[in-house]
Design a protein around this ligand. Sequence first.
Ligand code: SF4
Length: 429
Amino acid sequence: MKILFVYPRFQRHAEAHPELKKWVPMNEYLGSPSLGIAAMAAVTPDDIQLEFRDDRLSPADRATDADVVAFSFFTPAATRAIELAAYFRGLGKKTIAGGIFPTMMPDLCEQHFDAVVVGEGEPIWHQVLADVRSKSLKPRYKAPEIPDITKLPMPRVDLYLAKEAGDFKPDDYPVQLSRGCPMSCVACVLPTSMTKSLRHFSIDHVVGQLEQLNKHGKRACLTEDTSWFPGANAKQLRLLFERIVAKGAPATISYIGISMPLIITSTPDMLKLAKSAGVDMFYLVGGFDPITKGAFTGKDPRNLERAYTAIKKSLDAGIEPYTSFLLGNEDDDEGTVDRMLEFAAKSGITKAEFAIFTPYPGTPSWVKLEQEGRIIDRDWGHYNDANCVFEPKLMSAKQVTDGYLRLWRDFYAGKDFSDKCVAERTIQF
Ligand code: SF4
């Protein structure tokens, strides 16, 4: 039997707004695919042949001798995934959908795919494959339990590395430290898609993933902010950093996700340890937490002050705070754009990205805006942080989009990035 894994393409910021390429001094950059396919390939029995197509590099709708085509996708790629499923079904192939969007919208996906895998797929994958073999594929699969991630094998990142060619040579690939989150940030899908149970990979597993990448001259990007939660989580992260320092392996990590509250709760020595472990950059996610949601309203001086403190702490530790600003929160008004720009200039942020608040299916904000009848665009390709797909509260959708463009333009006006810019790695232009 043979499986074709497909990672469907999605529209990035500069495809939605080509003027960004004039204003932002960065090369167009394609990051690595998410880990979904690598994780499922790792639990696929050895006697099954695998093929991987990254639809962003070349169109995936080509003939195949595979028996089944398995897709992993998030919301921005859903429109293309549905299009590709129709193509492969036309060739007589069975199609399977998994990942964040199918987990959140299984009823919709059932209309377009032969089977939908809901939630983390590893515990149920063997059953899906057995049903493919016996020609008894069911419309929906959901594992009876969440996986014990300490028992999972290394993700098959080799499938992605094998696709590197020409301009596609990411110098970092994602590494997971944990899954799940007990919090309920309104714009985040993670607690719903991976449950509220925060589970950690073992240090050995994470180090194994880092070494796997290191062998190929690649670094790891660690995107979740959950590892910084005070208590057992931060302790585990500290152990990881200590292990990396002890091994004397520099430049293992390209960046790590964090938020302003978690910079504030981290001790200076923890930040120093992160720096010693090779962390030169924070991917500082904004717009989800109370500090950034309050700081730019013009009415919350305490959180504005805390935001300055967070940036200063990061800079003092020698870690670049690559900051992601989210425009379109419920309390944002027209003045928010100026306040964000003023904050960025005064705090010393030199690299940033800007995004439009997007109510992704499965998030608390999606549920709320649906109930209030404020979703105005259901083209999933527009759910990419570059389009306003809902009716904002204190601004119009056009004001949010114009403000987002002005943030990019004015923030980067006059900035010289002739050096290799780390932001190239994270901005999905
Ligand atoms: S943004 Fe971070 S803290 Fe908030 S729900 Fe998502 S993973 Fe949890």
